[in-house]
Unconditional design. Structure first.
Length: 303
């Protein structure tokens, strides 16, 4: 019963989770996919990273004033919707074009890594089923981005995923990707009428207002000193970590867990793209299993 309850709890937090900062999401997508030798996909680094960032832009209508992004667009911060993006990226209409498949997997990497970060069993960022104050949580998230910019984690990022080699996209996504998102959303809505429909223009409002904010956050995180970074990580820590070395060890386990989960998800999404909900449910069960077996907090799973 405990395992069932965990699945229910995590299912409830899918849309509501707003976890890592922009550069963390770029790093996770790169580590999981761009440096994955077992998958024969010619990754498009720009759209992979655009996809890895955009789900938080879907919250723009909720958190920002003066934006035309629809307030309920945050429902697209969702691993199941991510699966529909992958389904359509592999469809004959898009022919497995690296531009679209990279964007789709980047988008999925964001929505899924957030769930790992806020897992009730001990996610690095805390327990979403408890209280989360987003204004202060963002200080912790950007401090983690700074740590990654500084190259000071013990996680073994390959050369293409270290800060100086990652290309940071600054522009909103283009019209082709907006229309691609709308097509996938229409399919998702046909399977679940509770999911609202948005057209490409409405989605574009979210992307265009979010992109410059991401650029500012990246600049901020990139310009922080090591002392400021360490101070913020320890001050806002929710796991009781006392030293930056202990934080780095915990992050190694957390990052390894994210890569394992994202690759598990990708294998299933590529094998059965027509089953987005089932692919997410199986991935959710894997997240629960990893945490319940002691991984992702102090112990890093192999990938």
């Amino acid at each position: 019963m405990k395992g069932v309850l965990c699945v229910v709890f995590l299912s409830l937090m899918v849309v509501g989770t707003f976890a890592y900062g922009p550069f963390s999401h770029y790093s996770f997508a790169c580590a999981a996919y761009q440096s994955w030798d077992s998958v024969a996909i010619n990754w498009n680094a720009i759209t992979l990273h655009q996809g890895a960032n955009l789900p938080d832009g879907m919250w723009d209508g909720t958190f920002a004033s003066g934006t035309k992004c629809p307030p309920n667009a945050n429902i697209l911060h969702d691993p199941v919707y991510s699966g529909y993006l992958i389904k359509w990226a592999l469809d004959a209409k898009y022919k497995g074009n690296p531009k679209f498949i990279s964007f789709a997997f980047g988008y999925a990497s964001h929505t899924i890594s957030d769930i790992v970060g806020f897992a009730p069993q001990g996610g690095y960022l805390g327990n979403y089923m408890g209280k989360v104050y987003w204004t202060t949580k963002f200080i912790q998230m950007l401090a983690l981005d700074s740590l990654l910019f500084q190259g000071r984690t013990s996680f073994p990022f390959r050369s293409e995923c270290v800060a100086q080699n990652i290309v940071l996209p600054k522009n909103a996504i283009d019209q082709d990707l907006l229309e691609f998102m709308a097509v996938a959303l229409k399919d998702y809505h046909s399977a679940n009428s509770n999911i609202p429909l948005f057209n490409a223009t409405q989605i574009g409002y979210c992307s265009s207002s979010w992109a410059p904010e991401v650029d500012k956050m990246n600049q901020y995180a990139q310009n922080q000193t090591q002392a400021a970074t360490d101070s913020n990580l320890l001050f806002w820590d929710v796991l009781g970590l006392k030293t930056i070395e202990e934080t780095q060890q915990t992050l190694n386990a957390s990052f390894s867990c994210i890569v394992v989960v994202l690759r598990f998800y990708a294998q299933h999404a590529l094998a059965r793209p027509s089953q987005p909900l089932q692919n997410w449910q199986d991935t959710l069960a894997t997240i629960n299993s990893l945490f319940n077996n002691g991984y992702c907090i102090k112990k890093a799973p192999h990938f």
